[in-house]
Design a binder for this molecule. Structure first.
Ligand SMILES: C[S@@+](CC[C@H](N)C(=O)[O-])C[C@H]1O[C@@H](n2cnc3c(N)ncnc32)[C@H](O)[C@@H]1O
Length: 431
């Protein structure tokens, strides 16, 4: 659920875009909400004045700071931790990566300027400024609508087909391939044969080729950014420096669906620590509330960090140096928060398919563009409980082996997940 608040002196401008199609349905399904706040309601004079002439002279009027600041403050008080954005031609360019980033927020406040813009001091009340392009519009309302639309369609469930935002232009840094529908032939123009072949591999590779061709012809500037999602040798990987992983032994399900605490295993600790080190993660948390198991985990770690094992095998020592033992998930979250200054985004991994799953490709992209740290949660036993799923920001799609057998060990799953999210070459093949 993403809660938008728009501060605008023209609330009715939003009726039509929000009253139709995808944005209307997204509100009806409770996936987004849009509240409109009029700064005129925060004025104190009889004429409800929101503008005044500029100091130093010049054309037009400027939006006064008091009503806007009062509106922002009031909205902030009513929300939890909203991100406040001023739409402004001087802002950072809003693109697909920015839309991805904002789709991870829970509350967004969009402030629309008018006239010659807003009094400079209003900027003290916002977190950032965004521009929708290098042209001047008459107000921030259309840009706010652009932001709402681009962000909302990335929220799981807003589009009927969950995969489709990933195939859109820009998602992987490229323009989209050409699309065709019936009839097969229109005024002598035929649908490319490959699309009628039913051969999905061929279709995929044709689409990829066309995407590259069109991007090269029309927007070569994007190729630089997409890097080598295009050139295989150079697949850009997200920076793993903000990625943490936790292995939860509680609360997890047993095979009958009861919530239990599982035992710690030597192999899980070793193998996940080694995978975490290989993919450059910051830390690996072993989470168990059982004191005896905490002791055992610490003993395993210490053996390879300080004991005989440290001398015997240096590489193992480096990997286990990432491991920390924690009582609860909250303790692990707190540890990340202490280290990074912000709470991590929680990503649940699950073998169970279900609603609102995020694809590996989308999460890989989020890791690349979101400045916040991420904590990947692995479950033991028969998986993490619904309570943990509900607490998370993202639920990752299950790993599919193409058979009915879906019982990977948690350490195998960890390695596959890390490779898909943070690996170099193989990640491209998998996505
Ligand atoms: C006419 S514009 C003000 C332009 C301002 N005098 C300047 O030259 O930068 C009025 C308002 O429209 C909005 N706006 C105009 N163009 C925009 C753009 N490209 N992206 C985001 N907001 C824009 C902003 O909220 C701005 O305060």
């Amino acid at each position: 659920m993403l809660d938008f608040t728009v501060i605008t002196i023209f609330p009715p401008m939003f009726d039509s875009p929000l009253g139709h199609s995808i944005l209307k349905k997204a509100q009806e399904k409770g996936l987004i909400s849009v509240r409109l706040v009029d700064p005129r309601d925060y004025t104190t004079d009889k004429h409800r004045t929101v503008d005044d002439s500029p100091y130093g002279g010049g054309q037009g009027m400027v939006m006064k700071p008091e009503p806007l600041a009062a509106a922002i403050e009031d909205v902030k008080e009513k929300l939890n931790r909203p991100r406040v954005i001023l739409l402004s031609p001087q802002g950072k360019l809003f693109d697909q990566a920015e839309a991805q980033r904002l789709s991870q927020e829970k509350e967004l406040v969009l402030v629309c300027g008018r006239y010659e813009g807003v009094d400079e001091r209003v900027k003290e009340f916002v977190d950032e400024e965004l521009s929708v392009g290098d042209y001047t519009l008459s107000g921030g309302e259309l840009p706010a609508m652009v932001v709402i639309d681009a962000v909302a369609r990335l929220i799981p469930g807003v589009l009927g087909n969950l995969k489709s935002p990933e195939e859109d232009s820009f998602t992987d840094g490229l323009l989209e391939y050409p699309q065709y529908t019936r009839p097969e032939e229109f005024r002598g123009m035929k649908v490319p044969e490959v699309l009628l072949s039913g051969d999905h591999e061929r279709i995929q590779s044709w689409r990829r080729e066309m995407s590259l061709k069109i991007t090269r012809e029309r927007r070569p500037d994007l190729l630089g950014k997409a890097g080598a999602r295009v050139e295989k040798k150079n697949t850009p990987r997200p920076t793993p420096a903000r990625v943490y992983i936790a292995l939860l032994h509680h609360p997890v399900y047993d095979k009958n669906g009861a919530v239990v605490t599982t035992a710690v295993t030597n192999m899980d600790i070793h193998d996940i620590a080694r995978a975490a080190k290989t993919y450059g993660l910051k830390k690996f948390y072993v989470v168990t509330p059982v004191k005896a198991l905490q002791k055992l985990s610490l003993k395993i770690i210490a053996h390879w960090e300080e004991g005989y094992g440290a001398e015997y095998n240096h590489t193992r020592k480096e990997a286990l140096a990432l491991a920390r033992v924690k009582d609860t998930l909250d303790d692990a979250i707190l540890d990340v928060e202490r280290e990074c200054g912000v709470k991590p985004k929680l990503v649940v991994t699950s073998a169970r398919a279900g609603k609102n799953r995020t694809s590996f490709a989308a999460l890989r992209n989020m890791l690349r563009v979101t400045p916040a740290p991420f904590l990947l949660l692995l479950g033991t036993g028969w998986g993490l409980t619904e309570e943990i799923l509900a607490q998370s920001d993202t639920i990752l799609e299950p790993i599919e082996g193409g058979t009915n057998y879906n019982h990977l060990s948690v350490r195998s799953a960890a390695a596959i997940i890390l490779d898909r999210l943070l690996g170099t070459e193989s990640a491209k093949e998998n996505l």
